[in-house]
Design a protein around this ligand. Structure first.
Ligand SMILES: Nc1ncnc2c1ncn2[C@@H]1O[C@H](COP(=O)(O)OP(=O)(O)OP(=O)(O)O)[C@@H](O)[C@H]1O
Length: 699
């Protein structure tokens, strides 16, 4: 049974709604809490309570289960940290009592932030607290300590790992469980971790759930076996679901103009702290690396779930230290306070739903600070505006001022030519973004077939449009998409990674991208590929060619040299010389390719063989010369010793014979200097070797 309890009011059967006896207090030091906690709050400069704290603390301190809901940045953390400290204080908890409280956060950064608030406010208590989020120390180091911790602040995965692997780790004494960002922790992404955790916790405990977008799904609450929880929502009646100090703008941008818009925004906001949300890690990686190389004039950082723990913490603190742009995925969407310093939240990609929107923009305008947010919506996502307005989110829709737009896609195209690795990153960004759109549940808003794939890939600077396949995609659109079988989803981590689908060979541009290895390679089978209308050569990796346009490529430029561009500024691959173009598209000529490579191979082998033969003869000649020279030297010495005239003649004959071997190959009889060529036509190698042998053995 859930009691619906508005701010500060307790349902009371006799005389209707009355205010709880604490609803009147406004200061922390008026609360019935321990001096240790009051000292911690005072030292952390927390004096006056905010709404959610005034409403929730009286119930929480009485030991009731709570479902707390309040806007982002409105002080929910203290609303559960104080009850944790007071619960253990009342139970006279000591280090030997083991785990008395667990606080579960959906991300490591949020767990770390909560851990720091707990330490600040609880510094005068004697309890031990541990942060379980992995990273450099790793689970082994934690294993030694986790059993002596009274309070654990953790991400679900790491807690479950200890429950499964750490000897003697048990939570049978647990008194209070906190789920921060409860609706996220309870959603399907964490189900595989949360359910086993809950099953190992005692049912007799206090449970507090907090979020700006609180779940009220009974099945969620039933999983936690809540006992008559108090539902406290301090902003339910307020005019907006987002902070009143937040200015929210939506701009309609075609997908292929997003990066131009983002680049122009950054260039015109160089003295701000800007958080930029993109859908996938690969996009974060690409935009960060590409924009970094273009040097916008403000430091750029990136953060996503696949980075190491240390790197993530480092990037997070650097972002707080100075004005910069932080590209990130939804791993930073919830709970993080950034010390109330974020000026702008820019959502380049539309969030999955309204709740995600609220949490993302909630990174700014925290606790009375002002903030601004900008959401890019493609024309096909415009319905999201309705969804937001229905949820009491006051967004203002505007159009992009196109003459202010700084085109960055051309700069990206030349970047990708000069940094081939970046091209692979761009391809991954292209594929994972489209896949993330395709996997979205709300098909009224997210429809990948409504996006101009070629233009989008060009906007990333890609010379050709990668091939991609989507599961069960029904589309009439010829060519780029077709039905496919999705592969097993990748392990879902904090980035809302979207399950990959297999990339397949297509005949549209004859280019295929295997998910595993991104270097582009010509279509292996060539099935369904139009026959080339040229007889020679090997098809090239597909380049983007407009219809009916012949590829004008120098027939004499050796492949692998500098990159050429066609009229449209698209780089043309080295082997384009052998490309065949049909009326509508570049095709791959399989036979021609095979012939070309076959001929190439034969030529190489032949040249190789001749080279080896010449090499061998040179080596032999060198050896022979050395031996004969040595031999002649020895013979002359002997004859001089013997002083016999007759031998002189003989030596001369021998010398003549020996020299005969060194005529140059035109046979004109010139005296060869030492080191001339062996005239192998006159004497076979075998004879030569026999003569050399005789000379050597005559000594
Ligand atoms: N009573 C208070 N007095 C002064 N500052 C406060 C008070 N309560 C919270 N704050 C500050 O307000 C900011 C936001 O608090 P907190 O992070 O708890 O918000 P939240 O509701 O948990 O936000 P989110 O929904 O994003 O998780 C923090 O910087 C915190 O220190």
């Amino acid at each position: 049974m859930i009691y619906l309890c508005r701010i500060g009011k307790l349902e009371d059967g006799e005389n209707g709604a009355v205010f709880s006896r604490y609803a009147g207090v406004r200061r922390f030091d008026q609360l019935p809490i321990s001096d240790k906690t009051k000292r911690g709050l005072k030292e952390a400069k927390f004096v006056e309570m905010v709404d959610i704290q005034r409403a929730a603390l009286p119930h929480a301190l009485c030991g009731r289960d709570i479902l707390g809901a309040a806007r982002t940045g409105s002080g929910k953390t203290l609303a559960f940290v104080i009850p944790v400290l007071e619960k253990l204080h009342k139970e006279r908890w000591g280090p030997e009592d083991g785990v008395g409280c667990i606080i579960i956060s959906p991300t490591r950064e949020l767990a770390a932030q909560t851990f720091s608030v707990l330490n600040k406010v609880g510094k005068f208590h004697k309890f031990s607290a541990g942060l379980l989020i992995g990273g450099r120390e790793g689970v082994d180091v934690e294993k030694e300590r986790v059993n002596h911790m009274n309070v654990l602040v953790c991400a679900p995965g790491r807690l479950l790992q200890h429950m499964d692997e750490t000897p003697n780790f048990e939570c049978s004494n647990l008194k209070i469980l906190i789920l921060d960002e409860a609706d996220r922790v309870l959603d399907s992404a964490f189900k595989g971790q949360l359910d086993p955790i809950i099953s190992q916790l005692p049912k007799r405990r206090q449970t507090l759930l907090f979020s700006a977008t609180q779940t009220k799904k009974v099945k969620d609450l039933a999983r936690l076996s809540l006992r008559d929880p108090e539902y406290i929502s301090v902003h339910a009646e307020s005019v907006t679901a987002t902070p009143t100090t937040l200015t929210q703008t939506v701009i309609i941008v075609p997908v292929e103009k997003k990066l131009d818009m983002l680049w122009s925004f950054i260039k015109s906001h160089l003295n701000y702290r800007i958080l930029v949300f993109l859908s996938t890690k690969k996009q974060v990686k690409f935009v960060h690396e590409a924009f970094n190389k273009l040097r916008p004039g403000i430091p750029l950082k990136s953060l996503h779930g696949k980075m190491s723990q240390e790197k993530r913490m480092g990037v997070y603190s650097q972002f707080i230290e100075r004005q910069s742009v932080l590209f990130c995925t939804d791993v930073l969407a919830r709970g993080l306070d950034f010390d109330k310093l974020v000026d702008w939240v820019v959502q380049v990609d539309c969030p999955e739903d309204v709740a995600s929107y609220i949490h993302r923009v909630g990174r700014t305008a925290r606790f009375n600070a002002s903030g601004k947010s900008l959401l890019f919506l493609t024309p096909s996502e415009e319905k999201m505006v309705e969804r937001l307005q229905e949820a009491r989110i006051p967004v203002k829709v505007t159009k992009a001022n196109s003459d202010k737009l700084q085109e960055v896609s051309r700069l990206l195209a030349s970047l990708l030519v000069n940094f081939p690795d970046l091209q692979t990153v761009a391809q991954r960004a292209f594929i994972t973004y489209l896949r993330s759109i395709h996997k979205r549940r709300d098909k009224e808003i997210f429809d990948v077939t409504k996006l101009s794939i070629e233009d989008f890939s060009a906007s990333l600077g890609l010379p050709f449009t990668p091939r991609i396949r989507f599961a069960n995609l029904k589309t009439k659109k010829k060519g780029v998409f077709e039905r496919s079988i999705a592969l097993e989803p990748e392990n879902d981590d904090e980035d809302n990674v979207v399950a990959p689908t297999r990339v397949v060979k297509k005949d549209l541009l004859g280019e295929d991208l295997e998910e595993e290895d991104f270097p582009l390679r010509p279509n292996e089978e060539g099935k369904g590929v139009e026959k080339s209308n040229k007889d020679e050569g090997v098809p090239m990796p597909g380049t983007r060619v407009s219809k009916n346009k012949k590829l004008k490529i120098s027939q004499h430029r050796p492949s692998g040299s500098r990159v050429k561009f066609d009229e449209e500024g698209n780089p043309v691959a080295p082997l384009a010389i052998v490309a065949a173009t049909t009326e509508t598209e570049v095709a791959l000529d399989e036979e021609a390719r095979k012939d070309y490579y076959k001929k190439l191979g034969e030529q190489l082998r032949k040249v190789d063989h001749e080279d080896k033969k010449v090499e061998r003869e040179k080596r032999r000649e060198k050896r022979m010369k050395e031996k004969i020279k040595r031999k002649q030297g020895e013979m002359e010495e002997e004859e001089e010793e013997e002083g016999s005239a007759s031998s002189e003649e003989e030596t001369g004959q021998k010398r003549k014979r020996a020299k005969k071997m060194y005529f140059d190959d035109n046979g004109d009889g010139d005296e060869e200097k030492e080191g001339g060529k062996i005239n192998t036509d006159a004497i076979s190698i075998a004879e030569l070797e026999e003569m050399a042998l005789k000379l050597i053995t005559q000594s």
